[in-house]
Write a protein that binds this ligand. Structure first.
Ligand SMILES: Cc1cc2nc3c(=O)[nH]c(=O)nc-3n(C[C@H](O)[C@H](O)[C@H](O)COP(=O)(O)OP(=O)(O)OC[C@H]3O[C@@H](n4cnc5c(N)ncnc54)[C@H](O)[C@@H]3O)c2cc1C
Length: 477
């Protein structure tokens, strides 16, 4: 059913011929949402409350044909295009003032092939959609740790899951993709078809077109897994961090774990007397037999006396949704930055602990993710993602409620990031990065030797930089 229009896009600042707009509406099967539509205000808002953009048109696509039509219409009318998968990107690239938003949120189908242990996933699905279908067959696809994060943005940027050390990043499990290019052409990319595009999609972000379907290989896991979630008082942070860093040196690839500086959320899942208590959390999954996982991770639960230990055997999908209540859409103004670290020496640990004790908001997280394992088995040139040698990713996920504190919080994050960047090769994970502010050229440092090749592939598939609302790779001839 067609929506009723309340205003024309021109009233939002775009100059589109009325007849062209009507033709577009006539061929579009999904929903065209513009200002005045009852859903306009909710659809334009993304996960990060700090982003407040007003697109001229939100084209909520029902399938590939709508994506093609939306791209053609935007290109022919000189409209900037943004692409919305799950809307979780902290940078807010999925929406732009006066642009046309290609909204994939109704394209969520997931089809599992249990014999081949693969699945196809439409471009607007969330990880909850994927987990729901795959677990029915005792299978999993490595995705995000918050279930309403989009498959689209997360996969194209890399994809760090709770089983990343066992199976690598999401891109390492991607075996094909269907994509609509800037010229409106629909192509398939895989190891045998449009190989250069397939290489670029694995880490190069949303630079190359709109992915309407992803194909992944799957791993047998579940229905139950051991998950560690042990909270220690922050005053013990130096001891806990040191023990964990040493543990990660010998941990098998089945163990994927994080060390997180946080405060206990004021949520009924936690005892009220602990709400807002500063903590350092060790969290992690064992991708295998739950009893073996419990035994292996037991020492991490006995470093000192925890204030709360929620470690247990859980349903896999329960773990995948465990963090959802604390990281809801529009809950916080958010400014995140992150940096890969080759190691966390004693000296660096002290610096991190100091910052962890000075966190400016009770909602802020400093997450240190242990990497390597299957991630670093893939050579840097095999995918656009580039260097995979770092042992840790330090992510400063600063979140707060009051807009009057924006400046202070942004500055705190930048100062911390700049300090840590001095101990790194400058590579960032674009999926956890708000902007390009920093001491060096993040694009070059992050893609390294792959940067020029990526630019050439961009030049081939999107020479006019039509898809530029992203961690943008400039097209090269
Ligand atoms: C609460 C929270 C938890 C997170 N947890 C994890 C985690 O566990 N692991 C991890 O690796 N990352 C995680 N992230 C980061 C996440 O990977 C990025 O925010 C990612 O961009 C989200 O994808 P999205 O589709 O939801 O975002 P969107 O904001 O919808 O999209 C971001 C960008 O991706 C591109 N894009 C999205 N879909 C498509 C598509 N189908 N085709 C082409 N381009 C597309 C577009 O350029 C778009 O601007 C988390 C983020 C949040 C806010």
């Amino acid at each position: 059913m067609k929506s009723t229009l309340y205003a024309t896009p021109n009233q939002l600042g775009s100059s589109i011929a009325e007849a062209d707009f009507q033709n577009f509406q006539a061929i579009f099967k999904g929903e065209i949402i513009i200002q005045g539509h009852e859903e306009y205000e909710s659809v334009r808002l993304l996960w990060n409350k700090m982003i407040d953009k007003r697109p001229a048109i939100i084209a909520r696509c029902s399938g590939v044909a709508d994506v093609i039509n939306a791209i053609n219409f935007a290109r022919d009318n000189n409209l900037q295009v943004s692409v919305r998968g799950g809307g979780h990107n902290v940078a807010g690239n999925a929406a732009e003032d006066n642009a046309l938003m290609i909204d994939l949120s109704k394209m969520k189908a997931v089809n599992v092939n249990p014999q081949l242990k693969t699945c196809t996933v439409q471009g607007g699905a969330t990880w909850r959609d994927v987990d729901h279908e795959t677990q029915a067959f005792g299978l999993v696809c490595p995705g995000g740790v918050v279930s309403d994060t989009g498959v689209g943005g997360l996969t194209l940027g890399g994809g760090l899951s709770w089983i990343r050390r066992k199976v690598g990043m999401s891109i390492d499990n991607l075996i094909g993709a269907e994509i609509v290019l800037a010229n409106g052409k629909f192509v398939h990319a895989s190891a045998t078809e449009n190989k250069d595009l397939f290489w670029a999609l694995r880490g190069g972000g949303g630079n190359f077109g709109v992915v309407t379907s992803f194909e992944f290989k799957l791993l047998e896991l579940g229905p139950e897994v051991f998950f560690m979630a042990c909270m220690y008082p922050k005053k013990e942070a130096d001891k806990v961090l040191k023990y964990w860093v040493d543990f990660t040196r010998k941990a098998p690839n089945e163990v994927t774990s994080d060390c997180i500086f946080w405060a206990v959320p004021a949520h009924p899942n936690f005892p009220e007397e602990l709400h807002h208590t500063p903590v350092v959390v060790l969290a992690g999954m064992y991708a295998g037999n739950p009893e073996k996982g419990a035994e292996l991770m037991q020492p991490l639960r006995e470093i000192t006396t925890p204030i709360l230990d929620m470690s247990n055997v859980y349903p896999y999908n329960g773990v995948q949704q465990m963090f959802d209540p604390f990281l809801q859409k529009q809950a916080f103004n958010s400014y995140w930055k992150c940096i890969y670290l080759d190691d966390l020496t004693d000296h660096l640990q002290l610096r991190v602990v100091k910052k962890g004790k000075e966190m400016p908001s009770p909602h802020t997280l400093i997450s240190i993710r242990n990497l390597q394992g299957a991630i670093s088995k893939v050579s840097p040139g095999a995918t656009a993602f580039g260097d995979r040698s770092a042992r840790f990713l330090l992510s400063i996920d600063n979140m707060w409620k009051d807009s009057s504190e924006d400046k202070k919080n942004i500055q705190w994050t930048r100062d911390f990031f700049n300090e840590m960047a001095g101990f790194s090769k400058g590579k960032v994970y674009f999926n956890f990065n708000f902007d390009m502010e920093g001491p060096s050229d993040m694009m070059k440092d992050s893609f390294g030797a792959n940067y020029e090749k990526l630019g050439k592939i961009k030049g081939k598939y999107d020479p006019d930089n039509f898809f530029r609302l992203n961690a943008n790779v400039k097209p090269l001839k």
